[in-house]
Design a protein around this ligand. Structure first.
Ligand SMILES: [Cu+2]
Length: 434
């Protein structure tokens, strides 16, 4: 049994960035059963789920078993243009590729450790034999550098799940090791668009190139699939389509995830798809650490913000010990400091929105490899966001399966808020005490 050049090409032609990084399965798979399938075992991917900025891992059938191969390794990752770091993940990406399978499948997952320390993989939320649960020292020996382990079990459930190391967890999670494991129900379920993302955080301090695993709360980058706004791809849909967004959380905070424009329904969790009688209508859903939630809605036209509602989680890196300058007149101070630091700019007296003007115009530069706190341009100006923020873009003319960015929404005439006066004394508003 060998992986032919043709099969490798088939794997690559599944349209998956990083597929070329997959090693030949046959070379590293110890004592794998010999394939007896009539057709050569080509790699395929389910590809039903759109992992934002990510990809689904191709598998191959071997004697009725769905085989996947994950490689734990180090690589360079870009959070957004202007911010790169040495991260750890699987098969060249953080998060690692999404594993998609179907309830009832038997899966065999090879895990090769190309890190310089031991690792394991825990299949978070999956019902399986104790010895396949992936807790280093408890359920198996650690996978030493250079070794490949095989996990094998039946998928007896469906739903949105995750995988992550259960060995030196603090460091390996902080470096980006995680992935989604999505099991489609055997009976099927219909949505037109099925998006998936993992919430995470990285302590990439300003001017540095490696996440700091010791940080517990004050993170610099709050991420959807290890990307920050404006580098997170939009979620594109056609008006009237049924859209699902699957959200898992492997960060160190709970995140109230908020969607504008619709009341969505929470339709599933770690426990699989809920019966319709249990669905809840919400506009914000808290995803706790280690939890997963599926939300669904019928798409209505517009550009709709989708973000964490912790306002510091929709910001780029900031110094965590900044003095509060709100309301402080710094004009005299600014001139004095300028004598020693030419170009110094006093900021924050009236708010922080001016920050994006200064950083965008280039006359205020932060440390190297460090994103601005606020970023993003919309059709009406600065969006003043960063971190956990993207846009659900719904249009009437999107073709099925087309996820390309349609640009900004063209609002029907008369439906955009507009200026009616520039006089602060305009009108006769009722105000307390006057
Ligand atoms: Cu948050």
């Amino acid at each position: 049994m060998s992986l032919s050049r043709r099969n490798l090409l088939l794997g690559a032609s599944a349209g998956l960035a990083g597929a070329a990084a997959l090693p030949a399965l046959a070379q590293s798979a110890p004592a794998a059963p010999v394939a007896t399938d009539a057709a050569p075992p080509a790699r395929r991917a389910h590809g039903k789920v759109r992992t934002l900025n990510g990809w689904s891992l191709p598998y191959r059938m071997n004697n009725g078993v769905k085989e996947f191969h994950l490689v734990a390794e180090e690589f360079e990752h870009e959070f957004a243009p202007g911010s790169k770091a040495t991260c750890w993940g699987y098969n060249g990406t953080t998060p690692g590729p999404t594993i998609e399978a179907v309830e009832g499948d038997r899966v065999r997952i090879y895990v090769t450790n190309r890190l310089k320390e031991p690792t394991t993989i825990h299949w978070h939320g999956l019902i399986l034999p104790s010895g396949m649960d992936g807790v280093g020292g408890l359920s198996q020996p650690q996978i030493q550098p250079g070794e490949t382990f095989a996990y094998e079990f039946d998928l007896v459930q469906h739903g949105t799940h995750m995988y992550h190391p259960h060995a030196d967890e603090m460091v390996q999670l902080a470096m980006g090791m995680m992935g989604l494991f999505i099991i489609h129900p055997k009976a099927g379920d219909h949505v037109d668009r099925d998006f998936a993302l993992i919430l995470h955080n990285f302590a990439l301090h300003p001017g540095t190139y490696r996440p700091d695993p010791a940080v517990m709360q004050e993170f610099d980058l709050w991420t959807f699939n290890s990307k920050v706004f404006p580098a997170i791809e939009p979620m594109v849909a056609r008006t009237g389509e049924r859209v699902r967004i699957r959200v898992g959380n492997l960060s160190m905070w709970n995140h109230p995830i908020h969607l504008h424009g619709v009341q969505f329904e929470v339709t599933g969790s770690d426990g699989g798809r809920w019966p319709e009688s249990r669905w809840r209508r919400e506009v914000t859903e808290i995803i706790g650490v280690g939890q997963m939630r599926d939300i669904e809605f019928t798409a209505v036209p517009g550009d709709w913000a989708f973000h964490c509602h912790m306002s510091h989680h929709t910001m780029g890196p900031m110094g965590h010990d900044l003095p509060n300058t709100l309301g402080v007149d710094q004009s005299g101070v600014e001139q004095k400091i300028r004598r020693m630091l030419p170009g110094y700019m006093a900021m924050g007296q009236h708010g922080m929105a001016e920050h994006q003007h200064h950083t965008d115009s280039g006359h205020m530069k932060g440390p190297e490899n460090t994103l601005a706190m606020m970023a993003g341009k919309g059709p009406f100006g600065n969006i003043e966001m960063g971190g956990m923020f993207t846009v659900v873009k719904v249009r009437d003319d999107v073709r099925p399966g087309d996820f390309s960015d349609p640009g900004w929404y063209r609002n029907p005439p008369g439906t955009v808020a507009k200026r009616v006066s520039s006089d602060p004394d305009f009108g006769a508003p009722v105000r307390r005490g006057s």
